[in-house]
Structure formats: structure tokens, C-alpha cells
Ligand binder design. Structure first.
Ligand code: ADP
Ligand code: MG
Length: 415
């Protein structure tokens, strides 16, 4: 659909039937025979409410049309064997030896999910006998679009179906357990920090909808998000620009922001920073507790204002006023850049160029320091935005960006 829109542009294509066939071929070439089935889970983008999930704030993620596919077959000898179409690093080992830091590398996300589901009792008593797994991802890896949760949840729904008596299907309560298992896999086995938003949207997403997730109460409300595809002459489009910038410092900076949130929460004696609505009152509370660090104040201001922006954006979506989201997206970017200090030249270049070309609003998404931005664009302006963003990167000598069109898509499930 996007081919030919702008010559030479790299588009991340949305899902089509080539991926299940491809992951099945990879499975057969790696393990012989056929998989028991193919499952998938989507990547995601967060419309707004960035870096507030671990602060108990509100975020508005929705699933991307790009998915991670897993071809899976049960075993009975307790072994896990995993291969990826994206990484030439297959891994195999006993399921009962999975522990923090083991396996190392990408296999931790898969082995950790199996481990956490089993630990939660969701794979049937004594029934989990191991699996062979081949994965193929359409979600760009490490671009802030949650390829990691897509990986966990694609395997997770397969395991729930195969070992949990079909519990991977939509509507099954075990899917909530899968979201928690994915978080445990990342935090405890892959030793990567994650707040829970990515797994929640992977299991709960609905096509055409954006999810309002209150990360303190875990209340979920599905809101309409009406967008047009790139071919539409009218309407609104959300363009994702993957800067392809190399990941820098993400883990240590993420840990630093989480620690700041935890410190402020403890000093203020509140259940969650993201539920507060007055920056001034929070700053006064910090001062009373003897804390006047200007950096900590900025972190607190981001969390409180970003949660407020997400609540306001949810109200606009509920009223079908998507076109009015622009200023909230812009303010989110400014807050992430100035108060949370997460931006970098590639993200600044993309946001600035998108706005210059007429985007209604644009902001960095995900962890920061690279990764992606989203831009809300009137559909007829998409080619101009794409052209301007590419030209700006080239002019500054930055890595060539790639693009995708974000249309709210469906949750993890069996293909
Ligand atoms: P994001 O989730 O935003 O893409 P993360 O750093 O959280 O970025 O997760 C990326 C990591 O997830 C990769 O470094 C790799 O370990 C793992 N991963 C994700 N998708 C795949 C895949 N298809 N094949 C192998 N590893 C993958
Ligand atoms: Mg991730």
C-alpha cells in the first residue's frame, strides 16, 4: 500500500500471509516436521502517556499492524529450543534451568515467558514438557515499538493454548496472567526493566481502538481511534518514524528515571505519582520532606503533567476529536525532552521536520535516546512529512529513518 508513495523510502510493511508461511519454513528448516500451530502478537505504539506506567499514571497504547509470529510444537522432554529469523543465535536448554540472567541474550524473553507462565500455574500441573519455537518479527527490533513484548506474548498465547487447555484465546482470564508473565520474563530473566504497558496492550488490544490503561488501578477502557490509511485522500494518519538510531544508554537512563519516581513517591508518601494532579503541591511536599533537587522536581513534573495529558487525550478520543490531539503530542515531546531528558539528535530532527512539513503534532515514543517518533498528520500531507523527515536526517548526516503507518490492530492470538 505504501510502496511508491515516496521513492526510496523504507516502509515496515503491515502483516500479510507471507509471515506465517515464513515462520513455518524457518521452523521446519530448524527442527524438521511441522509446528502444532502458528501464533502472533502485535507491536505497539503509545499515543501518549509516556514513562508513566511505572509511576501508576495513565497511558494510551494501541497495537500496530506489525506482528511477531511464533511457530510452536510441544515437546515432552523438558527442553526449550528457540530460533529467530532476525538473529542468528539459536538457543536450547532445559526449561527447569531458566533463572535470572540465564539464558543470556534474546532467548531470555521466550524462556522467561515459559518459566513465568509455569510458575503461575497456567500451563497445567506437571504438563509443561518443553517446546520448539521459531519466531519471525515484522515489528522492528529495538525501535521502541515493543518487539520484546510481542515476542513474549506470541509464545505465551501458544503455550496457554497448547498446555493450558486453550486458555490463550481472547476473553480467557489467563491472558491477564500472560501479561504479568511477560513482565516477569523481562524484569527477572532478561534483566531488562519494563513497566507493564507493553504486555497489557499485546494481550488486550482491539482493532480500531486505543486502550486507556490506568497503571495504578489497572482499569482498562477501550476508546475509538479512527484513522485513515495512507492511501486516503482525507482524514488523519499516524505516521511512525523509526530513526534507526543505535540504542544508547537506554537501560541505565530508564533505571535512573524509575529510581527518581520511586524516591519522589516515597518522600511524598503517596500510592502513585501518576495519580497526583498538582505539580505545585508535589513540589511543596518534596520541599517539606527536605528535598529540593531541581532534577527530581523536573522528573515529577513530567510524570504529573504527562498523566494529565493522557487523561485529556482519552477524553478527546471518547468524543471522536482525534484532530485536536496535536498540541498534547507536542507538549508531551517537550516534557520528555526537557523534564525527562530523553531526546537525542535523531529524535529532534524527526520531530522538527515532521512539524515543519505540517504535522499536527509529533513526539518521541518509547524509552528515548533513539527509537521512534509518532506524528499525527492529515492524510494528504503524509508524503510531505516523509520527504521532509528523510531530508532532515540526510542533511544532518544521521542514519536513514524508516516508516510505518500505525492503524490500531488486534491482540495476540492464534493465526
Ligand atoms: P523493543 O521492545 O522496543 O523492540 P527492547 O530492547 O525492549 O526493544 O527489546 C528488544 C530485544 O528483544 C532485542 O534486543 C532482542 O533481545 C529481543 N527480540 C525482539 N524481537 C526479536 C526477534 N524477532 N528475534 C530475536 N530477538 C528479538
Ligand atoms: Mg521492549
Amino acid at each position: 500500500m505504501t510502496a511508491g508513495l515516496t521513492d526510496g523510502v523504507t516502509w515496515h510493511p503491515p502483516s500479510d500471509d507471507a509471515s506465517p508461511a515464513r515462520v513455518t519454513r524457518l521452523f521446519t528448516a530448524s527442527f524438521g516436521g511441522d509446528p502444532a500451530g502458528v501464533w502472533s502478537a502485535p507491536g505497539r505504539v503509545n499515543l501518549i502517556g509516556e514513562h508513566v506506567d511505572y509511576a501508576g499514571g495513565v497511558c494510551l497504547p494501541f497495537a500496530l499492524p506489525q506482528r511477531t509470529w511464533a511457530a510452536v510444537r510441544p515437546r515432552s522432554d523438558g527442553q526449550l529450543r528457540v530460533v529467530s529469523g532476525q538473529l542468528d543465535e539459536p538457543w536450547s536448554g532445559p526449561a527447569d534451568e531458566v533463572r535470572p540472567g540465564h539464558p543470556a541474550g534474546w532467548a531470555a524473553y521466550l524462556a522467561g515467558t515459559a518459566w513465568a507462565l509455569d510458575a503461575a500455574g497456567l500451563l497445567g500441573r506437571h504438563a509443561f514438557g518443553g517446546v520448539d519455537v521459531a519466531v519471525h518479527s515484522e515489528v522492528p527490533v529495538g525501535a521502541g515499538l515493543s518487539s520484546s513484548a510481542a515476542l513474549e506474548c506470541a509464545l505465551g498465547v501458544a503455550l496457554l493454548d497448547l498446555f493450558g487447555g486453550g486458555a490463550g484465546q481472547p476473553g480467557s482470564p489467563a491472558r491477564e496472567g500472560l501479561a504479568r508473565a511477560g513482565v516477569r520474563a523481562e524484569n527477572e530473566i532478561a534483566l531488562a526493566s519494563t513497566g507493564g504497558m507493553d504486555q497489557a496492550i499485546a494481550v488486550h488490544a482491539e482493532a480500531g481502538r486505543c486502550m486507556r490503561l490506568d497503571c495504578h488501578t489497572f482499569e482498562v477502557v477501550q476508546l475509538p481511534l479512527r484513522l485513515s490509511g495512507v492511501d486516503a485522500a482525507t482524514g488523519l494518519t499516524l505516521v511512525v518514524v523509526n530513526t534507526n538510531a543505535p540504542h544508547r544508554l537506554v537501560d541505565s537512563e530508564y533505571a535512573d528515571r524509575r529510581a527518581a519516581v520511586e524516591r519522589a513517591t516515597a518522600l511524598l508518601g503517596v500510592p502513585a505519582l501518576g495519580m497526583l494532579d498538582s505539580v505545585e503541591a508535589a513540589w511543596a511536599g518534596l520541599a517539606e520532606a527536605g528535598e529540593r533537587d531541581p532534577v527530581l522536581r523536573k522528573r515529577v513534573r513530567h510524570v504529573i503533567t504527562e498523566s494529565a495529558r493522557a487523561r485529556a487525550a482519552a477524553e478527546l478520543l471518547a468524543a471522536d476529536r482525534v484532530a485536536e490531539l496535536g498540541p498534547l503530542l507536542d507538549a508531551s515531546h517537550t516534557s520528555l525532552r526537557d523534564d525527562y531528558a530523553l531526546s537525542c539528535p535523531e529524535l529532534e530532527s524527526a520531530v522538527e521536520a515532521a512539524k515543519l512539513a505540517g504535522a499536527l503534532g509529533a513526539r518521541l515514543v518509547g524509552g528515548g535516546f533513539g527509537g521512534s517518533i509518532i506524528a499525527l498528520v492529515t492524510s494528504s500531507t503524509v508524503p510531505a512529512v516523509v520527504t521532509e523527515v528523510r531530508a532532515a536526517a540526510a542533511k544532518r548526516g544521521l542514519t536513514e529513518p524508516s516508516f510505518l503507518i500505525a492503524e490500531p490492530s488486534s491482540a495476540a492470538g492464534r493465526w
